[in-house]
Design a protein around this ligand. Structure first.
Ligand code: COA
Length: 200
């Protein structure tokens, strides 16, 4: 990774717009099922992201990468409440969004850190930023004595899966969603886990 890129935990309010743009560039297609309008989606992300549950990469003062996580205390996208959705989408838009967002909800298991999205700006991909952010996350999980890190990767994203495997994540199980491919845009999601208890 180039020397003028640094990583840090969280981000200040003035980088909220960049964080929302970055998260939307990585996950907008998936989120659009629940929140189709990109302007509304970015407004919701800008307000609803909780910076303390992220590591970010900064290049020349700009955010170029973000890796979110979920613990028993909260998650990067945990601030996207019904109230916020209702304010921006209206009552029925919020009901629809909550219902569809629930399809992507992951249950918390004790002593397990869950990834809540990782995205690197298109121009900066392939230069080690994703790897550096995942290293920060692994370090953090070790320090806070989590036993494992879990994430989900979809069948249409082999590049992300390669990255996770290279870092030591192993596939645990695959859920098939063939009948929902028309809605979700993917037909299967694999749960991967990084075990910390044997790597202390
Ligand atoms: C997946 C993603 C986060 C990876 O981020 P990244 O910064 O490109 O990741 P890295 O650069 O660390 O590694 C990716 C590749 O670059 C290579 N690489 C790493 N450091 C490098 C360097 N200094 N120079 C050149 N290539 C490098 C890696 O070997 C890897 O190659 P591979 O595809 O053969 O495995 C990014 O592609 C992304 O934002 N994708 C869209 C959102 C997404 O899919 N998120 C994951 C959902 S599960």
């Amino acid at each position: 990774m180039s020397k003028n890129i640094s990583t840090q935990r969280g981000f200040p309010d003035e980088l909220r717009t960049s964080a929302a743009e970055l998260y939307d560039a990585a996950f907008g297609a998936k989120l659009s099922i629940a929140i189709p309008n990109p302007i509304s989606r970015k407004a919701i992300l800008k307000e609803g992201l909780s910076p303390e549950f992220s590591f970010v990469a900064i290049h020349d003062g700009k955010m170029v990468g973000i890796a979110g996580f979920k613990t028993e205390k909260g998650s990067l996208t945990g601030g996207i409440s019904f109230r916020l959705l209702k304010r921006i989408l209206g009552y029925w838009g919020a009901i629809r969004a909550i219902f569809l967002l629930a399809l992507f909800k992951r249950n918390q298991v004790a002593d397990q850190l869950i990834m809540d999205g990782i995205g690197v700006s298109t121009k900066m991909r392939g230069s080690g930023i994703g790897t550096a952010l995942l290293h920060r996350l692994i370090e953090y999980a070790k320090k806070d004595e989590y036993r494992s890190i879990r994430l989900d990767v979809i069948d249409t994203n082999p590049a992300a899966r390669r990255l996770y495997e290279r870092l030591g994540f192993v596939p645990i199980k695959t859920d098939q969603f063939a009948s929902l491919r028309w809605l979700l845009g993917f037909g299967a999601a694999t749960q991967m886990q990084y075990s910390l208890s044997t790597k202390a």
